[in-house]
Design a protein around this ligand. Structure first.
Ligand SMILES: NC(=O)c1ccc[n+]([C@@H]2O[C@H](COP(=O)([O-])OP(=O)(O)OC[C@H]3O[C@@H](n4cnc5c(N)ncnc54)[C@H](OP(=O)(O)O)[C@@H]3O)[C@@H](O)[C@H]2O)c1
Length: 245
């Protein structure tokens, strides 16, 4: 599961959550592997279904897809009938090509914005530095969803935040909204939330397509939490970092 937004701390042996936030883990998966699925799976599901409102047969670009989000999001998007193009590191190229992505662009070899155009949707995992490039490859009427760049007016409206936060987010996201609007495109931002029903749907996809996320071989204990965070901060992991309780 993904912890509810008002109880987001997960560095604990026990947590209480509403039953509506949970779903059974995929059949035949061990706890360590299954742990790597909910956050990325729910983000992908909410991003594709609720934010992009993507329809089958359209093309989705995911930048930075070689990380722990992409390894779940890419097969989930493909299972939803999207044609998926990704950018990522050299190491993951073979894995994603085997998965059946339409194109894998190694970010150290090629610039996707010099190759791609007329893309229906983009999911950004890289943040502000990529915004202009991601916008440029979108077709008119296309939608760019960022997991990282920052909230905007639409995020505030969709999440029902206070008047003050709405003002703040509107101002913070104005340059992205304006830049997208000028090109007839739309900018979205999201923050994944818990949802047991959606997680059940993700689990069905995971089981059906036998999606197996990579988990870093170093499994940390609760007392090693700082070491685990250091590995994440340095980005030197091979798959999801797991803390064993
Ligand atoms: N808003 C939300 O609800 C939400 C939900 C989930 C995740 N996120 C965010 O999404 C981001 C990505 O998460 P993650 O867990 O997938 O990160 P991650 O595991 O660190 O993966 C990032 C991947 O991007 C690659 N990369 C780095 N620079 C790149 C570039 N210029 N072009 C293409 N690929 C590049 C990295 O390759 P190297 O090995 O070469 O570094 C790595 O494989 C994080 O910031 C996370 O916080 C947000």
């Amino acid at each position: 599961m993904r912890l509810p937004l008002d109880r987001i701390g997960a560095f604990a042996e026990y947590v209480t959550v509403d039953y509506e936030a949970v779903a059974k883990m995929p059949h035949g998966y061990d706890f360590v592997t299954a742990t790597a699925i909910p956050l990325a799976g729910l983000t992908a599901y909410q991003g594709i279904v609720e934010e992009l409102e993507a329809t089958s047969g359209k093309t989705l670009l995911i930048t930075g897809a070689s990380g722990s989000f992409g390894q779940i999001a890419v097969p989930v998007a493909m299972a939803m009938g999207l044609r998926v193009i990704v950018t990522g590191n050299t190491r993951s190229k073979e894995k994603f090509l085997k998965m059946g992505v339409a194109r894998y662009i190694d970010y150290k070899e090629e610039n996707y914005w010099e190759i791609l155009s007329d893309i229906d949707y983009v999911i950004d995992t890289l943040g502000t530095g990529e915004f202009e490039h991601e916008l440029s490859v979108l077709k008119k009427g296309g939608r760019l969803l960022s997991l990282r760049t920052g909230p905007n007016r639409m995020f505030a409206i969709r999440n029902g935040v206070s008047w003050f936060k709405r003002m703040l987010f509107t101002m913070a996201g104005k340059k992205y909204d304006s830049a997208a609007g000028e090109q007839g495109k739309e900018y979205r931002f999201m923050f994944v939330r818990s949802d047991g029903e959606q997680l059940k749907r993700v689990t069905e996809i995971v089981e059906k397509y036998k999606i197996m996320p990579e988990v870093d071989s170093r499994i940390f204990s609760l007392s090693q939490i700082n070491d685990a965070l250091m590995v994440v901060a340095q980005g030197k992991m091979n798959g999801k970092i797991i803390i064993r309780m």
